[in-house]
Write a protein that binds this ligand. Structure first.
Ligand code: BES
Ligand code: MN
Ligand code: MN
Length: 463
């Protein structure tokens, strides 16, 4: 017999209402911990961030543990099995991106501050705030009703922002404890203000660092310029040669596996109420750019890209210096679309770099991380359940979108379990993720919590 959870839901919603301030306070505690995964100096803070969320899961009565890895620990928790109801795995990450440039923050990145109805802090939306929506809804069910409509498992990691290497290994070697009927992730955005969305596609990524070395020491550019290759000049030329004027990436085999977008999908994307003028205004730009022949949303979500993330070489200080630097380098990545294989991209890239490398330069390419893109089927009844939950919490039906970002573990999960993945982003495009003044609006936070509370009841109808 399936249960109708209506009266329990009313109790849960009352708990959510009366705990709004408390939810925000505890969220701020977590945001104070600078759990930056890319810099080894913050290793102890990653541990503290893991302990903090472990404590929350234990306090709500779940059986929870920290699982050590060669990197930051995983945090895992589960509730008791529920007969005839599915098992739902919630994934999220407690690590955050570096906060640089610190001086551009209006309030310091690790001193969470509520301003104009939004929480400002590194990790506010990506992903501490969004992940907490599922913990708080779970807490409400457990405190008010004493049990959950579905069995929940939580898997929370601390190196998503650097490629999820150790979680991927864990999934590969010991997937059994994580077995589930569906995966829920809130680590993305809505389509716009007051327009919730369900995301059915993420891009992949292939990330690199390129180092060029020339003469054995810095040289006077007057005495030596014109006789030896300047690594900074070489770097500029090489990087510029990786993409042409039409936005096509110039690497052998790069587009080989790329499937053309179907006319149906192009039509669906074109029907989304996207306001290009507003997009430009919000970014302080007067024109967009990108691959020829594609609309803005197609270029943003469903076509591959090349972007440089950092460049160095030569004099960066005040004033001028006529130096011919001994070294130059760059960090860059390609965003990938379904069927592109990061390992193949690396092969093609190495070949292309070989061709482009001028005499007098020693080149080293480091492969930082790679993850393929994913598409998740939208026909699943689990997706329908998520639609109903969002409709009830937001008062508006979600639209279906793709996103340009990457969540490395999704592809590995799909491979391990082949279960539906619900990508339910509660953030907004102007939340400044990975940038100064990252924020998450309190209204979105609380609506996310309510949608999550409905979701557990809706998913209970699945089996
Ligand atoms: N939450 C993002 C992924 C995301 C961004 C999803 C935008 C949807 C829309 C995630 O934390 C992230 O930033 N991932 C990295 C992964 C990479 C470093 C391996 C990314 O996309 O750059
Ligand atoms: Mn994230
Ligand atoms: Mn991120």
């Amino acid at each position: 017999m399936q249960q109708d959870w209506q009266s329990e839901l009313q109790q849960v919603l009352r708990y959510l209402e009366s705990h709004e301030v408390d939810f925000v306070d505890r969220w701020a505690q977590w945001l104070r911990i600078p759990s930056i995964s890319s810099d080894p100096a913050y290793r102890a803070d990653l541990e503290r961030a893991a302990d903090w969320v472990l404590g929350q899961l234990q306090q709500m009565g779940l059986s929870a543990q920290k699982i050590p890895t060669a990197g930051p620990p995983l945090v895992y928790a589960e509730s008791p099995a529920v007969p005839e109801a599915p098992t739902v795995l919630v994934y999220g990450h407690y690590d955050v991106q570096p906060a640089e440039p610190w001086e551009a923050w209006q309030s310091p990145p690790f001193e969470p501050t509520v301003r104009d109805g939004a929480m400002y802090a590194r990790g506010a939306t990506d992903d501490k705030g969004q992940l907490l929506t599922h913990l708080w809804s779970t807490e409400a069910w457990l405190r008010e009703v004493g049990r959950l409509p579905v069995r929940l498992k939580f898997l929370i990691e601390g190196e998503e922002e650097v490629g999820s290497e150790h979680l991927e290994q864990f999934l590969y070697h010991r997937p059994e404890p994580l077995a589930c009927d569906c995966l829920v992730i809130s680590d993305g955005t809505q389509f716009g203000p007051d327009q919730p969305a369900i995301c059915y596609g993420l891009r992949g990524i292939a990330y690199y660092e390129l180092r060029l070395r020339g003469p054995k020491r810095d040289l006077h550019s007057g005495s030596f310029g014109g006789t030896v290759t300047n690594p900074a000049n070489a770097l500029a030329r090489i990087l510029a040669s990786l993409v042409d004027d039409r936005g096509r990436i110039q690497i052998p085999g790069f587009y080989e596996q790329v499937e053309p977008l179907s006319p149906q999908e192009r039509q669906r994307l074109a029907q989304l109420p996207f306001d290009e003028q507003r997009f430009l205004a919000e970014l302080g730009l007067c024109s967009t750019s990108g691959e020829e022949g594609y609309t803005l949303l197609e270029r943003r979500w469903a076509r591959p890209t090349f972007d440089i993330h950092g460049l160095w070489g030569g004099y960066q200080g005040e004033g001028t210096k006529t130096v011919l630097p001994a070294e130059a380098g760059a960090k860059f990545s390609f965003r990938l679309v379904p069927h592109q294989d990061p390992a193949k991209i690396t092969q093609g890239l190495r070949q292309r770099l070989q061709e482009l490398c001028p005499p007098g330069i020693q080149m080293e390419l480091l492969e930082t991380h790679g993850t393929p893109a994913v598409l998740v089927p939208v026909e699943s009844p689990y997706v329908q359940a998520a639609c109903r939950a969002i409709q009830q919490a937001f008062g508006r039906a979600p639209v279906f979108i793709r996103e340009g970002g990457s969540i490395p573990i999704v592809a590995a999960f799909q491979q391990a379990f082949g279960v539906p993945v619900l990508l339910l982003g509660w953030g907004q495009d102007d939340d400044n993720t990975h940038a100064p003044n990252e924020r998450f609006r309190l209204a979105d936070f609380h609506r996310g919590i309510r949608a999550s509370a409905y979701l557990w009841a809706e998913l209970a109808q699945m089996r």
